[in-house]
Design a protein around this ligand. Structure first.
Ligand SMILES: NC(=O)c1ccc[n+]([C@@H]2O[C@H](COP(=O)([O-])OP(=O)(O)OC[C@H]3O[C@@H](n4cnc5c(N)ncnc54)[C@H](OP(=O)(O)O)[C@@H]3O)[C@@H](O)[C@H]2O)c1
Length: 346
């Protein structure tokens, strides 16, 4: 097979072209700071309020990021009529309850990954948003990156031939972070890190019919590492997907999609902005130009996409439909069940 001279151009709009909406940040931790700086640097979005469990922490975040209003409770944040959309950036255990709090207050909601602890919680949140008529989306930023749209076009055009194997992993030595260790905060490698290769596998192959998983748990009962093989994809009967995640070691954190005609390779960090490489079985390759954005500035793409949905009155994203978000959690539920991680109340 001869390769195209260049890869498709991303169709993702520049984040600065999205309509500006008024955001409230709920839970001002590490990722909320990355989100605020991506919005400030790359978009015309306005963060008008921040809510923390502590007024002091909310005020500190507001002072650092130039946000006008700081609240010492999440209820006050969602009660602010200036806030149109809430970004939920808490630990995983709180995602569903805080998304419901915001939905009940009539806000549009963007929820950090993983969308919830499990598929049951996710279905409840989706149902609430549909009944309230607000826009809801999982903040799986990878899905909205220009790099991902290049892969999307290669898949749509059948350039890889029949899909055979995907290999994706994500490992970072972050087991010492308290929220990663705690069962009550829904810690563990899979929900925090493994969600990326699981979600990307769903993006490429759809929902698997069968899963075989193995893992190792910490003393606190969360998964330190997990490896899984996903099979029986209705649209890709010959495909096998390998997924691995680890919170005790830095792993390659790459993703490869191998088809009968060619393969795609995404270098580390595959879930972040970067290049796409298309390689033929004989080893010749074509590579996309360097991404214009680096690291967590890439969060601007998901925020811009969400702002456009809100401004245009769409209840959910065609790029990451809520049914896909629920299906990803169903896959993670099955992996966790096989590995033996159960969160309180499950
Ligand atoms: N997209 C990405 O690249 C990315 C990267 C890292 C993390 N994340 C996701 O973002 C979320 C937050 O991660 P993070 O690293 O930002 O965490 P973090 O720094 O610990 O911040 C989480 C915040 O949640 C609030 N919170 C609410 N209930 C809490 C509880 N019971 N225990 C502890 N904190 C609680 C705290 O703020 P207040 O107490 O001040 O309200 C805390 O600052 C997670 O869902 C994670 O998976 C996404």
């Amino acid at each position: 097979m001869s390769l195209p001279g260049s890869l498709p151009t991303s169709r993702v709009p520049e984040p600065s072209t999205a309509p500006s909406i008024r955001w409230g940040i709920l839970a001002p931790g590490w990722i909320a700071r990355q989100f605020a700086s991506a919005l400030a640097g790359m978009t015309t979005q306005r963060i008008v309020a921040v809510g923390s469990r502590s007024l002091e922490r909310a005020q500190q975040f507001a002072a650092e990021t130039g946000v006008e209003n700081a609240y010492g409770s999440y209820a006050e944040l969602v009660g602010d009529p200036r806030v149109q959309a809430v970004y939920v950036a808490s630990p995983h255990s709180e995602h569903a309850a805080l998304a419901l709090l915001a939905i009940e207050a009539g806000k549009h909601v963007l929820v950090e990954k993983p969308f919830a602890r499990n598929a049951d919680e996710a279905r409840r949140v989706v149902q609430a948003a549909r009944s309230r008529g607000v826009t809801l989306m999982e903040a799986m930023w990878t899905r909205f990156l220009p790099r991902t749209d290049i892969v999307r076009q290669l898949l749509e055009d059948g350039v890889l031939g029949e899909l055979q194997t995907t290999i994706g992993d994500h490992g970072q030595p972050i087991w010492h972070i308290e929220r990663m260790q705690r069962l009550d905060l829904a810690g563990g490698a899979l929900l925090d890190l493994g969600v990326y290769p699981v979600s990307y596998t769903h993006f490429v192959l759809g929902r698997p019919g069968s899963i075989v998983a193995t893992g190792e748990l910490t003393d606190t009962g969360v998964d330190r590492q997990v490896a899984a093989v996903l099979t029986d994809f209705p649209d890709h009967p010959h495909a096998r997907a390998l997924v691995s995640t680890n919170m005790g070691a830095k792993t390659p954190t790459t993703f490869a999609i191998a088809g009968s005609a060619a393969r795609v390779e995404l270098d580390a960090e595959f879930y972040a902005p970067g290049r796409v490489r298309l390689v033929t079985p004989d080893g010749s390759a074509v590579v996309s130009p360097p991404d214009v954005v680096a690291g967590h500035y890439g969060l601007a793409y998901e925020a811009a996409h969400f702002a456009s949905l809100v401004a245009d009155g769409y209840p959910e994203s065609p790029t990451l439909p809520l049914d896909d978000t629920v299906a990803i959690l169903e896959t993670m539920d099955e992996i966790r069940a096989q590995v033996g991680v159960r969160y309180p109340g499950e």
